[in-house]
Design a protein around this ligand. Structure first.
Ligand SMILES: NC(=O)c1ccc[n+]([C@@H]2O[C@H](COP(=O)([O-])OP(=O)(O)OC[C@H]3O[C@@H](n4cnc5c(N)ncnc54)[C@H](OP(=O)(O)O)[C@@H]3O)[C@@H](O)[C@H]2O)c1
Length: 339
């Protein structure tokens, strides 16, 4: 939405309406409702963003279904990129007109949204605003998973589940960039081709073949040093059997549902394994860490060494279709909403 300078200066004092996708109760994608609500006012330390693109992430499906607790009613969405429309009291780090992105937007399924000024990432000239919305959250996730949670080394082997997904395609590229061998799992031939393009050395169709025996075959029984598992319920137990001695199970999501309760003795029996359940917020808790990771990811996009695939874009008003596509396994790469 184009903003006149007069409107910009009036943001603190008027109740201009905007479109937003809200939920009043949890449930299937049908609970996502298009509403007109006032453009919010930036408080101290906050910035009002005019959004150009909003990232759709699985976490919003968890909030919508009630798997993650969310205070209702709520405007979903935390990842977006756009232009600073107004700044609240005390904000000196950005100015109206600056292009920024954030993974901490307060209600990003909307035309405008607030974000804390200290959670904004400035965008490099060579990265478009849409590309930034498409890569920030999943790119930083792939970055911390491969460099900090299990810091992959050249020559090691990792298993990446759902490798043609938003995080998956970025994980494959970052693991390959380090020099690791990537074994990927996906559900279809089309997704297999995308995983290979992203650098996967071997791709297993885990809907057709037993990925555990395939990983053992591909590694001559040695197993992998790390499993990056965002799928959860349907992959977790077999993934443990794919690990080499003292390998690490990095369980970072549950697209297929939550993992069953787990006896830690299993880690002992299967080779002194490590299990971690990391989450993005703890790896960008300080502004310095946020800027360092975001800077590296956006830098790779700018120099062309990290490719960002936007598989599908939906107009904001079709947010429910975006959710259906993502939870129905019909998407590849990033899903964006365009306000
Ligand atoms: N911990 C963190 O910091 C963090 C950050 C970002 C995302 N995540 C998590 O990472 C996961 C992936 O997120 P994403 O946004 O990149 O999504 P995504 O991987 O693009 O989409 C989910 C994929 O999971 C696979 N899948 C397997 N079984 C499924 C099932 N029963 N239902 C739906 N999908 C299934 C599908 O790929 P196939 O068709 O190939 O099986 C599907 O395309 C989510 O669980 C998300 O919460 C965690």
């Amino acid at each position: 939405m184009a903003l006149s300078p007069v409107l910009l200066s009036d943001f603190r004092h008027t109740r201009i309406p905007m479109k937003a996708i809200r939920i009043h109760e949890t449930g299937d994608a049908g609970v996502l409702r298009l509403e007109e609500i006032p453009v919010p006012t930036a408080g101290p330390g906050q910035v009002l963003l005019g959004l150009e693109a909003t990232g759709v992430n699985f976490t919003e499906i968890y909030s919508r279904t009630g798997f993650y607790q969310t205070a209702l009613p709520a405007t979903l969405g935390s990842e977006a990129a756009g232009t600073v429309a107004a700044v609240g009291p005390g904000v000196t780090t950005v100015r109206p007109g600056d292009r920024v992105a954030s993974v901490n937007v307060l209600g990003a399924y909307a035309e405008y949204a607030l974000a804390p000024a200290d959670r904004l990432v400035p965008l490099p000239d060579r990265v478009s605003t849409r590309q930034s919305a498409a890569v920030l959250l999943q790119g930083i996730t792939a970055h911390y998973l491969t460099t900090s949670t299990y810091p992959l080394q050249r020559g090691q082997t990792c298993l990446v589940h759902a490798a043609a997904g938003g995080v998956g395609l970025l994980l494959c590229q970052m693991a390959r960039r380090i020099g690791a061998r990537v074994i990927a799992t996906v559900s279809t031939e089309e997704k297999a081709a995308l995983a290979r393009e992203a650098g996967a050395d071997d791709v297993i169709l885990y809907t057709q073949a037993d990925f555990e025996s395939e990983v053992k075959r591909l590694t001559a029984g040695a197993g992998v040093q790390a499993v990056y598992d965002s799928v959860g319920r349907t992959t977790f137990a077999k993934g443990l059997n794919c690990l080499a001695r003292r390998g690490m199970m990095v369980l970072f999501g549950q697209s297929s549902g939550p993992v069953e309760p787990f006896d830690p003795q299993i880690l002992n029996q299967k080779g002194s394994l490590f299990l971690t359940r990391p989450t993005l917020g703890h790896y960008i808790a300080t502004r310095a860490e946020l800027l360092e990771r975001a800077g590296e990811v956006l830098g790779w996009v700018a120099d062309g060494s990290l490719s960002v695939r936007v598989g599908q874009e939906f107009p904001l008003v079709r947010a429910a279709d975006a959710h259906r596509a993502l939870e129905g396994r019909h998407t590849t790469g990033k899903v964006l909403l365009i306000p």
